[in-house]
Design a protein around this ligand. Sequence first.
Ligand SMILES: [Zn+2]
Length: 198
Amino acid sequence: MSFSPLVDNLMRSLRCLPGVGNKTAQRMALHLLERDRKGAVLLAQAISESIEKVGKCSSCRNLSETSICGICSDKTRHKNVLCVVEYPADVIAIEQSASFRGMYFVLMGNLSPLDGIGPEEIGVDAFATKLNSGIIDEVVLATSMTVEGEATAYFLAEMTKKRNIKTTRIAHGVPLGGELDRIDSGTLARALDDRAMI
Ligand SMILES: [Zn+2]
């Protein structure tokens, strides 16, 4: 490696980003140092501030720097419908489709015993507390159509059905193995509208 230790370290650090290999990390590091030091300072500050301050909403588990996130504290939203998604990116995708005005519950993953992700990791206790609150009339299971997403939906449906809560699953138009944030807004809106009882 022909770069100085600090430059080398910057390149190595950038490789933690998804899809960034050696070549891209090198291009990014050199760009920041050669052409955009101001941008680099802003980037460094934004990363360190968000890492320090962003946690999880205590109600929906979405990323938030306040204990209750903006969606959960929005009084105009329908508190009786709960949409369960895997990741924060799914919330953004559904919000962009403008087809849902209920509340969310973010699993931050899906059940995957082989990877050591069990019920506890996806927040099943918090989910049960929500179901037991008596204000949920419908749970929309919007986990992905992957094997893990389906298994997670099945597991959660067992919990909702036991409590006689209407349970629906988005299906139509969502490609098999597709992740919500890769689907266009129109398709996602239709998938939500056409959700079916399970
Ligand atoms: Zn929230």
